[in-house]
Ligand binder design. Structure first.
Ligand SMILES: O=c1ccn([C@@H]2O[C@H](COP(=O)(O)OP(=O)(O)O[C@H]3O[C@H](CO)[C@@H](O)[C@H](O)[C@H]3O)[C@@H](O)[C@H]2O)c(=O)[nH]1
Ligand SMILES: [Mn+2]
Length: 725
């Protein structure tokens, strides 16, 4: 094997060529930060006022996060996979079975037709033996609409799969395929069939139920009537499990095998904790174990379509690598990438930092993070640390028999019941881990803690494409939920600071940074308000222009931006404009969702409220998406985020003018320069906010109510500051 590998590698690593330079800079930068803290401490001891103490705390947090962030730069790597060489290691017929999990939770926020497209894209795009694939759909919405959509999809697949094979259409899901091309004659018929299916599904969704004339045959009717009986609600219903396609029996119209397709809506009971997506995935894991028990799993969100025929083989390049190391490999993560992002990505919806930049750094340290979708797992990793499970290559596992047999279905319903996990280690030491709204990050992290490794695979052509909310409020709400999830990890007993650092120092720093990002809200809020308010009474808080310490501040400030910018643009398709928007969103998040998330998290901690996973809305409003495509900000909802943001915008503009003018007139510009400059930075970032406040007339302008509230808040703060500072 060894020599074969040398000639035909499955994957290679390219370390970042600038690693030495980067490490030298990390050293210098860390020293600079230490010096700044020293300077801050000294001036604090000289004059301990409320302001200087508050800013000192802010600087401590900045320093903590800046230093830990360097861990992501310590050993950055890129990987290349050679799926074409896989055949030298495993013959085609010995490829492992693959179980694909698709989660959906709400037919109104996640239109069933797009969930269907996700499943069909797995079948069409992946260049993998059909009879080895099984698709398990989890419906946490417990909706007959979704089951109906999938029954329709199963029928459509019998035509669609041979059509794709015969016309060599490989790289699309039906929605994209029919959307982009008018199509030749051969595709006309298919298109009609697809449109019919879509119309039916959408009609059912608009009506809120599957009405009689939409149902085609007795099989469908029986399935729907038998399950959705009186008393069946989303939050309270027995498990529904339907085998819609069974590979050993169902064939397409040309007689070729189809993949397995199974619909699952786990049992729900009011008052029982269902653990959101993590709970759903664990049910899928058990039901699939009873049915196909594939050694390799792929998790997909309902909005993630496949875009790379080779993705499963790329993952196997790592998972089946005959070298020792691969036996400790738990998962191969492809980045979340998105379609429909506007050219300059005004809401920073690509979230490059989390999805592409930081993972390259973590990957070099052996533990990239799991991001919830587009991830191939070794099933065994969910059953205990690598040392506890038998080590061998993956291999195929046998099936239990006919999937839709009563015995197997009974077993499946049993493992999908509410009580099944009671008294077991599921969610604690087995399966996807509970306790955080970022079940993905937390699960990946816990696997790493157990000694499992993980790999980041980011080929140029995106392997998976998902969707992001095309509205600012949507993006901020989603981020808020993630941030609460991170805080739940940061303040848990598995917190990386005590739990991971002793295992792997640098990776421990990286994870520490990761979960403590939310507390950035504290310094960003402090810097968005305090220096500005201090200008009112002309209190000087920073070194003046003539002070040598001023250069240290400048260096640290500039370097923070330069480092960020270089990393941002060095990853493919990173443009300066996107970076600029990303840093704007960074600031906006810092004054909106971070503080609100911290507040909500604290309330949850003391037991005032309970944490909830609000599913991101994926159905899009037309006016909104037109604005988004034009790159115009959308502020058109009354949201507490916008009240905070507008307050910051107003306050900084006022103080920029007041501070600047007074500084110049009184010849004290050098003394207030840093503070006025800060106002300037905020004002530049807030330009779209002013525009939405005064100039715009469209639906995306800032609502009057928000403006008034922000105005009062800003005024109130000025009055308070005038008397206090
Ligand atoms: O109770 C629930 C809640 C959600 N989901 C599914 O989980 C997926 C992700 O939910 P969504 O609201 O779309 O999450 P995103 O806003 O896309 O959030 C990101 O963050 C989540 C939490 O960290 C990850 O699970 C996601 O994969 C990741 O894309 C969707 O397919 C949902 O249907 C469930 O199955 N059950
Ligand atoms: Mn998503």
């Amino acid at each position: 094997m060894g020599s074969l590998q040398a000639i035909k590698p499955l994957h290679t690593i390219q370390p970042n060529p600038y690693t030495t330079l980067i490490r030298a800079h990390i050293l210098v930068y860390t020293c600079a930060i230490a010096a700044l803290l020293f300077h801050r401490t000294r001036s604090l001891l000289n004059s301990p006022t409320f302001l200087s103490i508050a800013l000192f705390i802010a600087d401590l947090i900045f320093a903590f996060l800046s230093v830990t962030a360097q861990a992501f730069r310590w050993r950055r790597i890129r990987r290349t996979t050679y799926p074409e060489n896989l055949a030298y290691i495993v013959p085609e017929e010995e490829l492992p079975l693959l179980d694909v999990f698709v989660c959906t939770a709400d037919p109104y926020k996640e239109p069933p037709i797009s969930v269907v497209n996700t499943a069909l894209s797995v079948m069409t795009v992946f260049d993998y033996p059909m009879e080895k694939m099984s698709i398990y759909v989890s419906d946490d919405g417990g909706s007959e609409l979704t089951l109906f959509a999938f029954m329709e999809a199963a029928r459509f697949a019998r035509h669609w799969l041979p059509f794709c094979r015969e016309n060599k259409i490989q790289e699309r899901c039906p929605e994209v395929y029919f959307g982009s091309m008018g199509g030749g004659d051969q595709s006309k018929e298919m298109k009609v069939m697809y449109e019919e299916m879509r119309e039916k599904i959408e009609k059912a969704v608009t009506r809120g139920r599957v009405t009689d004339e939409l149902i085609d045959d007795e099989y469908e009717r029986a399935a729907l009537e038998k399950c959705w009986t009186a008393g069946f609600t989303r939050l309270d219903h027995p498990a529904v499990i339907k085998v819609l396609l069974e590979s050993s029996e169902d064939v397409d119209i040309r007689g070729h095998p189809l993949p397995n397709l199974v619909y699952i809506s786990r049992e729900k009971k009011q008052g029982v904790d269902h653990h959101f997506k993590g709970g759903a995935l664990n049910v899928l894991m058990r039901v699939s174990a009873a049915m196909t028990n594939a050694p390799v799993l792929l998790t997909l969100d309902c909005d993630t379509t496949c875009n790379d025929p080779k993705a499963p083989r790329r993952a196997l390049c790592h998972l089946l690598d005959p070298h020792e190391a691969s036996t400790r490999l738990a998962f191969v993560q492809f980045p979340q990438r998105f379609h429909g992002i506007d050219k300059d990505d005004i809401y920073s919806n690509e979230v490059r930092n989390i999805f592409r930049i930081n993972p390259m750094g973590l990957d070099g340290l052996g533990c990239t993070n799991y991001v919830g979708t587009g991830c191939f797992f070794r099933r065994r990793a969910f059953h205990g640390p690598p040392s506890s499970v038998r080590m061998n290559t993956i291999g195929c596992s046998e099936r239990y028999g006919k999937m839709s047999s009563e015995t197997i279905l009974r077993m499946a319903r049993d493992v999908a019941s509410c009580d099944y996990e009671h008294g077991t280690k599921w969610g604690l030491e087995m399966g996807f881990r509970y306790g955080s709204l970022v079940e993905d990050m937390y699960t990946g992290y816990r696997l790493n803690c157990e000694g499992w490794e993980s790999v980041f695979c980011d080929p140029d052509r995106p392997s998976f494409l998902g969707e992001m909310p095309p509205s600012l409020n949507g993006a901020l709400s989603m981020h808020k939920r993630c941030v609460i999830g991170l805080l739940q990890v940061a303040f848990s007993k598995h917190n990386p600071l005590i739990y991971f650092i002793r295992r792997n120092l640098i990776a421990g720093f990286a994870f520490t940074h990761f979960v403590f990002i939310p507390i950035l809200g504290i310094p960003i809020m402090a810097y968005a308000f305090l220096p500005q308010l201090a200008l009112l009474n002309q209190t000087t808080l920073f070194p003046t222009l003539s002070d040598p310490w001023f250069y240290l501040y400048t260096y640290i400030f500039l370097m923070a931006y330069v480092q960020d910018m270089v990393m941002f643009v060095s990853v493919k398709d990173g443009t300066l404009m996107k970076w600029w928007n990303d840093q704007r969103i960074w600031m906006i998040k810092g004054v909106t969702c971070l503080p609100i998330a911290m507040l909500e998290f604290s309330l949850q901690k003391i037991g005032v409220t309970a944490s909830a996973f609000l599913v991101t809305n994926k159905s899009i409003d037309d006016a909104q998406s037109t604005r988004y495509k034009k790159g115009v900000f959308d502020f058109g909802v009354c949201s507490s985020f916008f009240v905070l943001l507008a307050t910051v915008a107003i306050l900084n503009l006022v103080m920029l003018v007041v501070g600047g003018v007074r500084g110049l007139m009184e010849g004290k510009f050098g003394e207030v320069f840093v503070q006025v400059f800060l106002c300037g930075c905020v004002v530049v970032n807030c330009l779209p906010v002013y525009e939405a406040m005064v100039l715009r007339k469209d639906g995306g302008r800032l609502p009057g109510k928000v403006k008034v509230m922000a105005l009062f808040l800003a005024l109130g703060l000025l009055v308070v500051a005038h008397f206090c500072f």
